[in-house]
Design a protein around this ligand. Structure first.
Ligand code: NI
Length: 272
């Protein structure tokens, strides 16, 4: 079994009678005229790779099915709310996502729609596992800049340079880190407030690490090597148990666009 994901990009014009069709699905289809609500909807499908094609499902079929069955549900519901001048909280977004899943669920042969994700903007998304309709997963990315040096005082200088290479440079070196924090909340319960969520991440984590020398300024890293692995665990420790409603589900730290580490807490080392 493999997990295949495909994002479908579309726009909604709540106040036009109809959305133009558009013919650039890479940018957005429907295209959206003027200022529109732009969203990305991802379906993750779990199934076997077909021996004759090497495919789980042809992505053009995913596009066709998602655009035919799921996108209209999302577009219509959002259009209704906005035309009535109503705010759309995250709990309502998760209901809309579930309605879209119900339209999609039986449209693929021999594969299961395992997860639907709605990207609200490039840095923020809401996801639902179709095996667990009672939980929604809200994720948001943050960035910080920091200096670190990878060094173990118990090693000799030679050992440190052998293990850590140029990362052991005495004066340190810097990264622009990205942290994605994912919180699981009851889909039907009180909605997570994004502003409050951001305040918690900011005060509990970002204020400690942003524009800091991790080795010198963060007490936790005086006895713990500031690798991306340990940063993910540190972020988890700083944020776990702090969200209400909800619980911390995952932290992913990118040290560069090639190196990242995810942590799901001490009890779920192999969670994917
Ligand atoms: Ni580094």
């Amino acid at each position: 079994m493999v997990r295949l994901g495909r994002f479908v990009r579309f726009s909604i014009n709540p106040f036009l009678d109809e959305d133009g069709p558009g013919c650039n699905s890479y940018a957005s289809k429907p295209a959206g005229e003027g200022l529109a609500v732009y969203l990305e909807l991802a379906a993750e499908l779990v199934g076997p790779v077909q021996a004759d094609t090497g495919l789980v499902v042809n992505v053009s079929d995913i596009d066709r099915v998602v655009r035919r069955f799921a996108v209209p549900v999302v577009a219509e519901r959002i259009r209704e709310h906005l035309r009535r001048g109503e705010h759309i909280p995250l709990g309502t977004v998760s209901q809309i996502l579930w309605s879209a899943y119900e339209r999609l669920a039986d449209e693929f042969d021999a594969v299961r729609v395992d997860r639907l994700t709605l990207k609200l903007n490039p840095f923020r998304k809401l996801a639902m596992d179709t095996q667990d309709p009672d939980t929604m997963y809200f994720s948001e990315k943050f960035e910080f800049a920091a200096t670190h040096k990878l060094w173990n005082d118990a090693f000799s200088d030679e050992q440190n340079f052998e293990v850590f290479g140029k990362c052991a440079n005495a004066a340190g070196h810097g990264h622009n880190y990205i942290v994605e924090v994912t919180v699981a909340t009851p889909a039907g319960g009180p909605a997570l407030k994004i502003g409050r969520f951001e305040q918690i991440v900011d005060s509990r984590l970002m204020q400690l690490v942003d524009h800091k020398n991790l080795n010198l300024d963060v007490p936790d890293f005086q006895n713990r090597i500031a690798t991306v692995e340990n940063l993910a665990i540190f972020a988890w420790e700083r944020l776990s148990g702090r969200f209400d409603p909800g619980r911390l589900h995952a932290v992913t730290v990118w040290e560069s666009d090639r190196t990242y580490c995810s942590y799901y807490g001490p009890s779920e080392p192999n969670h994917g």
